[in-house]
Design a protein around this ligand. Structure first.
Ligand code: PLP
Length: 290
């Protein structure tokens, strides 16, 4: 089965999939994206991801390429035609293709692209991370395709033999991971993660669902910023994102976190999320920007 892509209404072989060189996504990173996990043939947190996609587009005044219902149909068709049951689907929407000019083009025809890759969910591999200054723009609440700061952060991690980079703001607090939300477990066993109010970080859909799930499980989440120094001494640390669900961070800047092994609460959080995402009877959490 050759790999497929969806480009503006057509399902095409991945190797031949293309948008025009004057697509504003290519020229200006003038676009947004979403990543949705497909687990056992079911989209995890589909509602939340589409809520956030619509909001990102609204904030940038890019038109939805089609109504939500139609987008959901395309998502399903794309997954079915790709013959995927466990995968991540990337949805990218740009302000379309037009002669190079910063101002919005008069005609509003967004570009819509979908790609997918198979993923095995549920694996927990302890990862090393480093911290780097957060040099991104100020609207991190929007999931834009302008990701060069994250590219540099991730490469800095790889150059140092690590897997992930945690970004640190001007006041010395961790904002989030290069492509995931950052969490630690404090001495009392509470989860600590940065608040999402304002625009300093992206409000993760996985994070959002976990807030509700942890409440039910009576796991306390404290929303406050923390420093790398506090993280060095934490019992556990991990990141959350649709692509990888939960990634244990067992070393930060060369400091072993807790026992240096994947922690018990980290394992529990993954189990809770997977049970939620795979259960067809489970009502999906809405996502809002607050
Ligand atoms: C900067 C950033 N923060 C957080 C996340 C996690 O968001 P979600 O759980 O919706 O995948 C991502 C995901 O790509 C991200 O890029």
């Amino acid at each position: 089965m050759p790999r497929l892509a969806y480009v503006n209404g057509r399902y095409v072989p991945h190797a031949q999939a293309a948008v025009h060189i004057e697509d504003r996504g290519f020229q200006f990173a003038d676009g947004v994206y979403e990543v949705v996990a497909l687990m056992n043939g079911r989209f995890a947190d589909e509602v939340g991801h589409l809520d956030r996609l619509e909001r990102s587009l609204r904030e940038l005044r890019i038109s939805m390429p089609m109504p939500r219902k139609a987008l959901q149909i395309v998502l399903r068709q794309f997954a079915r035609r790709s013959r995927l049951k466990n995968a991540v689907i990337y949805i990218q929407v740009t302000r379309g293709s037009s002669p190079r000019d910063f101002k919005f083009p008069p005609e509003r025809r967004s570009t819509l692209v979908m790609t997918a890759r198979p993923v095995t969910f549920g694996q927990l591999v302890g990862r090393k991370a480093i911290t780097v200054p957060d040099i991104r723009w100020k609207r991190r609440d929007i999931k834009t395709t302008a990701l060069v700061a994250q590219v540099l952060a991730k490469q800095a991690a790889v150059d140092k033999g690590a897997y992930e980079a945690w970004l640190v703001d001007d006041k010395g607090f961790v904002t989030e991971g290069s492509s995931a939300n950052a969490w630690i477990v404090d001495k009392s066993g509470n989860l600590v993660t940065r608040p999402t109010q304002g625009s300093m970080i992206l409000k993760g859909v996985t994070r959002n669902a976990l807030q509700a799930l942890c409440k039910k499980e009576k796991i306390k989440i404290i929303e406050r910023a923390f420093t790398p120094q506090e993280a060095y001494k934490a019992k556990e640390a991990f990141t959350t994102a649709a692509v990888s669900l939960v990634t244990p961070i067992v070393e930060l800047d060369g400091h072993k976190i807790g026992s240096g092994q994947v922690g018990a609460l980290t394992k529990k959080i993954l189990a809770i999320y997977i049970a939620y995402a795979k259960n067809p009877a489970q009502k999906q959490e809405r996502w809002d920007s607050r």
